[in-house]
Design a protein around this ligand. Structure first.
Ligand SMILES: Cc1cc2nc3c(=O)[nH]c(=O)nc-3n(C[C@H](O)[C@H](O)[C@H](O)COP(=O)(O)OP(=O)(O)OC[C@H]3O[C@@H](n4cnc5c(N)ncnc54)[C@H](O)[C@@H]3O)c2cc1C
Length: 510
């Protein structure tokens, strides 16, 4: 007899959602989490008396009847988590040196709000939103339908960059003025750069990123975009409570270091030497990390070689800022800035940072002024490779100097758009790819896990069911990253274990 029906490694969103489904289905579930707080990217942390979110800043498609709302209803989250709808006429602002363009909610509204900047391009804008609708309709789980005819397959090997580039129309350069006081504008931007201007959301890479990733993410946010109020840890707290109520176990401070497989069942060892057994194993951590802990004699070499060689999406550098009281307005939108006209060239190390995403977290109470601000930009792991053998709090003075230097460069760029920001800062902390690596356990602190590649979709797509009986993957590395992507991934994984058709039926009826 094993200790549990199912062990889940990792209590990020993927692990928790699988824990919820399986314990609700009567399975005896144990989730093992290396950190002391569950949630992974949903975790929050406190600096100078203010809570910050780790990795979920806004969520799409949460309006009544929309896809995430339907999933969240099944997971018991609707009505239990506080969200605030972002600005309907500009939930994302795509900014260049001299101009700012709004990405609006609602597909007709999206067109209407961009039309003043591209007055003769209504057909192109219509084509863009039609394409997003068509692509999202082709993915069955994005419509809570049982997969059958693989209509979605054609989008796996199409390039996001080529798709956006088909809208390479020059705008009329009519600036809207939000935070800047500029009176006129000289440069003109391409519609393609505006439409792809939030590509930090999927770490867009022109030669690699598949169309479906950019399309599904944009579709969900244009449907409706929401900010968690008082932090995204509410989601993990609620799921944890529900899992425990259904009889599931969640053990924190348990880093799994070895996975033994015998007679199709699993013996998992933690770093502290604890051993736990189960009939099934769901790995909600990076697949390469999973295989590195597994006895090689139980793995097919071709399979493990393929997974170990897969590339990952880049990591990021982030500033977590506590603002002086009443010094900076609460922004009900996300601000994506690009110093180059082409948003796709935003990632080369030589031009770092090139672009950034800035937002002010939402909290209950007075909303006129922001308490805090987060600024994020892509950073390659090479920048911090010198300190790769160090752990948090013990990386040395030169690492702190490096962080200060990068902070200065980033703040100088941000102050071009938000003059005087430095004088409004009460407290500032920063994170690097090492922080992400050590917090989430992803190789080189990758933000979104395995880099899906439209040139080779078969090789870079990870399926939830593995060749090893009773071993499954879930989380952002299968299907798609992000809250919606990981939610659908958890349904795919559990569907493999308990039957997808009946699970979808239950979610539809929730
Ligand atoms: C900077 C950033 C911003 C983002 N912003 C958004 C956003 O605004 N909206 C959105 O929808 N998505 C966003 N995302 C993406 C989203 O947060 C992730 O795709 C999603 O939360 C990943 O969930 P997961 O369960 O796959 O992995 P994770 O959240 O990484 O969870 C993995 C868990 O496994 C644990 N673990 C790792 N190794 C072990 C081990 N050996 N033993 C035990 N436990 C282990 C980790 O501690 C962690 O808790 C963002 C991501 C990042 C990095």
């Amino acid at each position: 007899m094993n200790d549990f029906d199912v062990i889940i490694i990792g209590s990020g969103l993927g692990g928790l959602l699988c824990g919820y489904i399986l314990s609700k289905e009567g399975k005896n579930v144990c989730i093992l989490e290396k950190n002391h707080q569950p949630g992974g990217c949903l975790q929050s942390f406190r600096r100078n008396g203010v809570d910050f979110d780790t990795g979920v800043h806004y969520i799409g498609a949460l309006d009544e009847g929309q896809i995430l709302n339907r999933y969240f209803r099944y997971f018991g989250l609707i009505g239990k988590i506080k969200f605030r709808k972002l600005d309907q006429n500009g939930f994302d602002i795509i900014a260049f040196d001299d101009e700012e363009y709004p990405m609006a909610m609602g597909f007709d509204n999206f067109i209407e709000n961009l039309l003043p900047f591209f007055p003769s391009e209504k057909p192109a804008l219509q084509n863009f939103v039609d394409a997003l609708q068509k692509i999202s309709k082709a993915f069955p789980l994005y419509n809570l339908e049982v997969p059958k005819d693989h209509k979605e397959d054609i989008y796996y090997n199409q390039s996001a960059y080529d798709f956006f580039n088909s809208f390479s129309i020059t705008g009329s350069a009519l600036p809207i003025r939000r935070m800047t006081n500029r009176k006129s504008s000289t440069s003109r931007h391409l519609l393609t750069d505006v439409l792809a201007g939030n590509n930090f959301l999927y770490a867009g890479n022109p030669g690699i990123t598949p169309l479906y990733i950019a399309a599904l993410i944009n579709h969900s946010f244009i449907s409706s975009a929401w900010r968690p109020v008082d932090g995204s840890a509410q989601i993990s707290d609620r799921l944890t409570d529900q899992i425990r109520l259904a009889g599931g176990k969640l053990l924190t401070g348990r880093e799994v270091s070895r996975i033994g497989i015998r007679n199709n069942s699993f013996n998992v060892t933690t770093k502290a030497g604890e051993q736990i057994t189960a009939d099934c194993l769901v790995s909600a951590i990076h697949p390469a990390q999973t295989l590195a802990m597994t006895d090689p004699s139980t793995l097919r070499k071709v399979f493990s070689d393929r997974i170990m060689k897969l590339k990952n999406t880049p990591s990021c550098f982030a500033l977590f800022i506590v603002l002086k009281e009443n010094s900076f307005p609460q922004l009900n939108y996300n601000y994506y800035f690009h110093s180059e006209n082409s948003v796709w060239t935003a990632f080369p190390e030589s031009a770092w940072p090139g672009s950034y995403m800035l937002y002010t977290p939402s909290c209950s109470g007075n909303n006129k002024y922001a308490k805090s601000m987060v600024i994020m930009t892509v950073m390659n792991f090479n920048e911090v490779r010198n300190w790769k053998r160090t752990s948090s709090g013990h990386r040395g003075m030169d690492y702190l100097d490096f962080k200060d230097q990068k902070t200065e460069i980033l703040l100088t760029l941000v102050e071009k758009k938000f003059p005087g920001l430095r004088s409004k800062i009460n407290f500032l902390d920063s994170s690097t790819p090492l922080t992400w690596r050590d917090h989430t356990g992803t190789p080189e602190g990758s933000m979104y896990g395995i880099q899906k590649d439209f040139n080779d979709p078969l090789k870079t797509t990870i399926l939830p069911r593995t060749k090893i009986p009773n071993l499954y993957f879930t989380g952002q590395n299968i299907n798609l990253h992000g809250v919606l992507g990981v939610t659908i991934g958890s349904v795919l994984t559990c569907g493999e274990m308990i039957g997808l058709d009946s699970l979808i039926k239950k979610i539809r009826n929730a």
